[in-house]
Ligand binder design. Structure first.
Ligand SMILES: NC(=O)c1ccc[n+]([C@@H]2O[C@H](COP(=O)([O-])OP(=O)(O)OC[C@H]3O[C@@H](n4cnc5c(N)ncnc54)[C@H](OP(=O)(O)O)[C@@H]3O)[C@@H](O)[C@H]2O)c1
Length: 381
């Protein structure tokens, strides 16, 4: 007979209609297989990035990280912190705290291998098809970059900032394609903010970093001070149409993209990164109708792998760590962390983020493991 270790709660969403969501609960078996560990999810960040994981979940397999019994439903992966509560793996002990991909759940099971001071890889068979980046878990007790007080900023920004970091390196290496401006849509997103910060440090004084955002987010993005100029989507025509530019498409908005290609005559490079404007015609839909240079999809996990192979893990992390520390100092002045615990808060926050009702200078950290057992939402910073 199996022994059980309390109950797990999972937040699941309908794969074909992301506005349908619910909680399911099951008993947690403590009879782990040899090599497995059971973790308690302490907290996770929720941003538009997670919604994008769900949107491309079928195409790129994001639903398969944390499978659920009902096939039409799924758990969206999130970046967060978890603690080992049971271990059948020698080198991973109860109480170890890790950072990595977690489900929006109270608990989950991993099968660690290649354990080192830095962390381990999950080798659960259903995850073997994914980029190693997504299967890596950082063990925090020996991590020199880990500062417990920065956990929330870490979960909210670290993966997005690393994507921005490799994109900025790519642009830098290509001498910004000789452009006078880097134009970034969804300038209020955390990914764009990280990129604007990095470009503001690196770019030559002749190359401007211009943000495009919604009118409601304009002043907040201007206050960051990372962009040379911030415009709303309908103010693009204030720029000269012969401006040579690189377009970084984080909104994934096909209408913005087609206006841009219609208006500007000197696009030097165009890359598609995100899809925050999920209710609009997507950039992918109009890609084939555009003149050259057509947008090229930039997939950060692949680029990170490439750079790690080129530089070696240590050198890559050294140069990333330097930029990351500077960014943390700067962004902590601007962002307000909103922490929420419990089912009601998790569901409401998810639906708000899905609908785009979030302030750019707020970052949501959530948990289903509530010691108090009652829902609460608190802001700090
Ligand atoms: N390709 C890659 O490898 C890669 C890597 C990292 C991130 N990304 C993608 O980059 C995107 C940004 O992610 P993030 O987590 O940084 O975003 P975030 O911080 O949550 O950004 C939210 C912003 O997106 C826009 N937005 C969000 N929901 C919306 C809605 N329902 N309707 C209209 N606008 C909405 C708004 O920006 P505006 O008002 O400024 O438009 C909002 O301020 C995601 O699509 C993510 O998957 C891709």
């Amino acid at each position: 007979m199996l022994t059980t270790f309390g109950r797990t709660t999972d937040f699941i969403v309908h794969r074909k209609d992301l506005s349908q969501c619910k909680f399911v609960s099951a008993e947690i078996e403590t009879d782990l297989k040899p090599g497995q560990v059971l973790l308690k999810v302490d907290k996770f960040a929720l941003t538009a990035n997670n919604i994008s994981y769900a949107l491309i979940g079928e195409a790129l397999g994001y639903w398969d990280f944390f499978p659920v019994a009902e096939k039409t439903w799924g758990r969206i992966p999130a970046w967060g912190f978890a603690e080992v509560v049971r271990s059948k793996k020698d080198s991973v002990v109860e109480g170890d705290r890790v950072f990595g991909f977690v489900p929006m759940s109270t608990n989950f099971i991993l099968q660690p291998d290649a354990v080192s001071q830095e962390g381990f890889i999950d080798t659960s068979p259903h995850r073997s098809k994914f980029s190693p980046l997504y299967n890596q878990y950082q063990l925090l007790k020996h991590n020199p970059l880990y500062v417990p007080e920065h956990e929330d900023l870490w979960a909210l920004f670290w993966p997005l900032f690393m994507s921005a970091f490799v994109l900025s390196e790519f642009l830098n290496e290509n001498n910004f394609f000789g452009a006078q401006a880097i134009l970034i849509s969804s300038a209020s997103s955390k990914t764009a903010i990280g990129l604007a910060f990095l470009l503001s440090q690196k770019r030559s004084s002749e190359c401007q970093v211009i943000g495009l955002t919604s009118s409601g987010n304009l002043s907040s993005v201007e206050n960051l001070g990372y962009y040379s100029q911030v415009l709303t989507y309908d103010q693009m025509q204030l720029l000269p149409n012969n401006l040579s530019l690189v377009y970084v498409d984080i909104a994934g908005d096909g209408d913005v993209l087609s206006n841009l290609y219609y208006y500007f005559h000197n696009i030097r490079y165009s890359c598609l990164l995100g899809a925050t404007h999920r209710k609009r015609r997507s950039s992918l839909e109009i890609n084939s109708m555009l003149p050259d240079p057509r947008p090229i999809f930039f997939f950060a996990p692949e680029e990170i792998q490439k750079r790690v192979q080129q530089l070696g893990v240590n050198d890559f992390h050294k140069s990333f760590g330097h930029s990351w520390s500077q960014f943390l100092l700067s962004i902590s002045q601007w962002i307000q962390i909103v922490s929420g615990t419990g089912k009601i808060i998790v569901e409401k926050t998810y639906l708000d983020i899905l609908a785009g009702y979030l302030r750019p200078n707020q970052g949501y950290m959530l948990s289903l493991n509530s010691e108090l057992g009652c829902p609460k939402l608190t802001a700090k910073g």
